[in-house]
Structure formats: structure tokens, C-alpha cells
Design a protein around this ligand. Structure first.
Ligand SMILES: *Cc1c(COP(=O)(O)O)cnc(C)c1O
Length: 412
């Protein structure tokens, strides 16, 4: 292998193995998923869809993609699935294209409250193609469905968007569907409802929250976060006409040749997620996240509480430092997190007042609730101790990860 890249891969493996990964959007895929990503399917051009390709020699990749589609549909109980989007952002690009026209209005969550760049940020294609209006969270930092209802009637959007990047509580998709139906019935408009479940796909797959596919016109997702698959995106719908629009929005509108090697890896991940083992894994994710949140609360720190795989720690009120400083401090002891805006944040996005902490990745390596509480105490120590004590915390982090599974050998 290329010596330079081999050296860097070894360094990255060591960094990941020795550290505690608490970035809520990350996870460790199985050996099988990673092998498929390195398979010969990468060599095949297959523009189009199974049975309708622009190239010859697709009889095998057609079976791969059909398998991925069938497994994806059965995992999420949806009638149609497109497994070609290269990423979550690409999936959203295509989903918007299928649902609304340029200039149409999309109502989404205020970005500082946990939305994603593709949900109306000025630096993304989204705000440059569509007109965005936003609904804020309630005073308690949770979705307030009366506010969303009010914003629907005020803004009269063409699309209501739910699903977030840093929201620690469950989302009542059924309620949002009812709001859209009520709005449409009383105004004669035809507002559509889309859910981006990029973060919570694993929780949905394990049946531990409402399934947005039961309520939304279109559901998009990543496959590499809580779902524990390869890096990529998917789009789901139960509406045949929309499914056709989605397919042409993905190819040829947005993308060229699909990544059949990644689609093979997605097929494996969908099968892995449709097992009792995965459902037990997700119980662990939820228990560990709660244990860490609750332990920090017991220590007197300001945490958001949690009903999924993540929570937010207000480091400004808890430790008098900003999110960036906290992130850098934790990095020095081998704990990886990211700075994040918290509800009502007074600092700029460059610094933020909070940290986002998630347990999807650590749980894949074997972290249990007792260790999650220990990790809470290590975070607390690293954020409040003197510079000279950081080395000692680093050793304690190392002692925990030494007992965990090697991430290059994970089998689920
Ligand atoms: C991560 C995320 C995405 C984008 O995924 P990429 O694969 O990084 O493009 C989209 N939406 C939400 C809500 C996300 O959290």
C-alpha cells in the first residue's frame, strides 16, 4: 500500500482506538460494511436504476442495488426507497427538488436551535434556491407544536421540515402531520411534510421512537450516523408519484454514476440494523446517553436532558468557558466532541456556549452505563481541573478504551 497513506491510516486507527468518540454524528461500521466499501463494485458504472441503466454489464450491480432497496424498505416500512444519494446533503438536495420549486417557501427549525446547513443556511444551496422561514423552539428548549402551527398559518410555506442535528428530544411526527393536514384543509393550500432523520435513523430502525415514514411525504437520512452503515444518504416515500420525482431528482438531476460499492455496504448495514442485536445496541445507546447526562446533572452541571443518542452540555454556565475551549480541552485528554449552539445561546457560532455529546459510537465499541457515568466524571474533571492535571485524565481515558473492542475488527 502507498506508504504515506498507510502511515496516516495507522495514525487514524490509533487515534480512534485510544480515544473516546462522543461526536453524536459518528459511529463505527462493521468489518463487513467496510469491506464492501473497498470492493470491486467501485469499478462499475451504473448510471440509471436497476433494469434501466445507461451502461452494459449491470446485471450483478442491479441485484446489489435491488437488495439494498428491498432491505431499506423493509427496515423503515416504506413503499419506495432510493439508495443512491452520496450523502445526507445530496439526499436533501434531491428531496427538495422532488417536493418544491425554486423560490418556494420551506418552514424549518431555527438553525441555532439544532437545524442543519441544508435546512436554510445562507452558506448552503438551500437558502440560495428556496425561501426559508423558521420556527423557534419553546422556552424550555423543546419543540412547541402550537408555535409551529402558528408559524404555518403565518408563513404559508410549501413544505414543513422536521428532523435535526442537535435536538436531544423525541419528535412528534404524527402531531406535525396533523398540523399540516389541518392547515391544508382550512386554507386549500397543499403544504407538504418532509422529515430529515439523518441523526435518529438508528432509533427509528430499532423501533424506539415514532417512524417518520408513517407521517411524512418524504423522509431523507444519512446511513453513517446512528444507523451505523457506510457514509451515504437515502430517500424514502410511500407515494409512487413522489418516488418517480425523487429518482429523477437524484439521477440525472443531481448525481451521475451511483457508488455501487457503497450501496453494497448500505445493503449490509440495513440487514445488520434489522436484528435483535441492533435493537439491543440501541437500548444501550439510549441508556448510556442518559447515564452520562444524568451524572453531569448530579455533579451540578447544566445539561439538556435526553430522549435519544445525544445531549447538550452548557459549558459556559457550567464551567465559565466557551464551547470551542471545551472541545479543545477534551481533545487533549482523548475525548472527541464538538462545540454546539445551545437554546438561547449568547455567543457566536465560532465559539458557542455548549458541547454536543453522543454515545452511538462509544456504545458500538462496548461502552456500558457504568462507564458512561465514569466518562461524565472525566469530562467534568477535564473541563474544571488545572492544566497540570490533564495528563492524568488522559491516562484514565486510555484505561477505559483499552478495554473496548478494536474498531478495525467490529462484527455485529
Ligand atoms: C448530518 C446531517 C445531514 C447531512 O449529512 P452529510 O452526509 O454530512 O451531507 C443532513 N441533515 C441532518 C439533520 C444531519 O444531521
Amino acid at each position: 500500500m502507498d506508504k504515506e497513506i498507510a502511515r496516516l491510516e495507522a495514525l487514524e486507527l490509533k487515534r480512534q482506538n485510544e480515544g473516546i468518540e462522543l461526536i453524536a454524528s459518528e459511529n463505527y461500521p462493521s468489518v463487513d460494511v467496510r469491506a464492501a466499501q473497498g470492493s470491486i463494485f467501485t469499478a462499475k458504472y451504473a448510471e440509471g436504476y436497476p433494469g434501466k441503466r445507461y451502461y452494459g454489464g449491470c446485471e450483478v450491480v442491479d441485484q446489489v442495488e435491488n437488495l439494498a432497496i428491498e432491505r431499506c424498505k423493509s427496515l423503515f416500512h416504506a413503499a419506495f426507497a432510493n439508495v443512491q444519494p452520496h450523502s445526507g446533503s445530496q439526499a436533501n438536495f434531491a428531496a427538495y427538488r422532488a417536493l418544491v420549486k425554486p423560490g418556494d417557501k420551506i418552514l424549518s427549525l431555527t438553525l441555532n436551535d439544532g437545524g442543519h446547513l441544508t435546512h436554510g443556511s445562507n452558506v448552503s444551496f438551500s437558502a440560495n434556491t428556496y425561501s426559508f422561514a423558521f420556527y423557534p423552539l419553546g422556552d424550555d428548549g423543546k419543540l412547541d407544536y402550537d408555535i409551529i402551527r402558528q408559524r404555518l398559518f403565518e408563513e404559508r410555506p410549501n413544505l414543513l421540515l422536521a428532523g435535526y442535528s442537535a435536538y436531544p428530544f423525541t419528535i412528534d411526527f404524527r402531531r406535525m402531520r396533523e398540523l399540516v393536514d389541518e392547515y391544508n384543509a382550512s386554507t386549500g393550500e397543499r403544504c407538504l411534510f418532509m422529515v430529515d432523520m439523518a441523526h435518529i435513523a438508528g432509533q427509528v430502525a430499532s423501533g424506539k421512537c415514532q417512524n417518520p415514514c408513517d407521517y411524512a411525504d418524504i423522509v431523507t437520512s444519512t446511513t453513517h450516523k446512528t444507523l451505523r452503515g457506510p457514509r451515504g444518504g437515502i430517500i424514502l416515500t410511500n407515494d409512487e408519484a413522489l418516488a418517480k420525482k425523487v429518482n429523477s431528482a437524484v439521477f440525472p438531476f443531481t448525481q451521475g454514476g451511483p457508488l455501487e460499492h457503497v450501496i453494497a455496504a448500505k445493503a449490509i448495514a440495513f440487514a445488520e440494523a434489522n436484528t435483535d442485536g441492533f435493537r439491543a445496541y440501541f437500548d444501550g445507546v439510549l441508556a448510556n446517553t442518559r447515564a452520562c447526562n444524568d451524572e453531569l446533572a448530579r455533579l451540578g452541571r447544566k445539561v439538556s436532558g435526553t430522549e435519544n443518542h445525544l445531549f447538550l452540555l452548557d459549558v459556559l454556565s457550567s464551567y465559565g468557558i466557551n464551547g470551542l475551549e471545551a472541545q479543545l480541552r477534551l481533545e487533549r485528554v482523548g475525548i472527541t466532541t464538538n462545540k454546539n449552539m445551545i437554546h438561547g445561546d449568547t455567543l457566536s457560532p465560532k465559539y458557542c456556549s455548549g458541547l454536543r455529546i453522543g454515545f452511538a459510537a462509544a456504545t458500538s465499541r462496548g461502552c456500558d452505563a457504568e462507564q458512561a457515568r465514569t466518562i461524565a466524571r472525566l469530562i467534568d474533571k477535564a473541563l474544571s481541573c488545572g492544566e497540570d492535571e490533564l495528563d492524568c485524565v488522559r491516562l484514565e481515558v486510555r484505561a477505559i478504551t483499552a478495554g473496548w473492542k478494536d474498531i478495525s475488527k467490529l462484527v455485529f
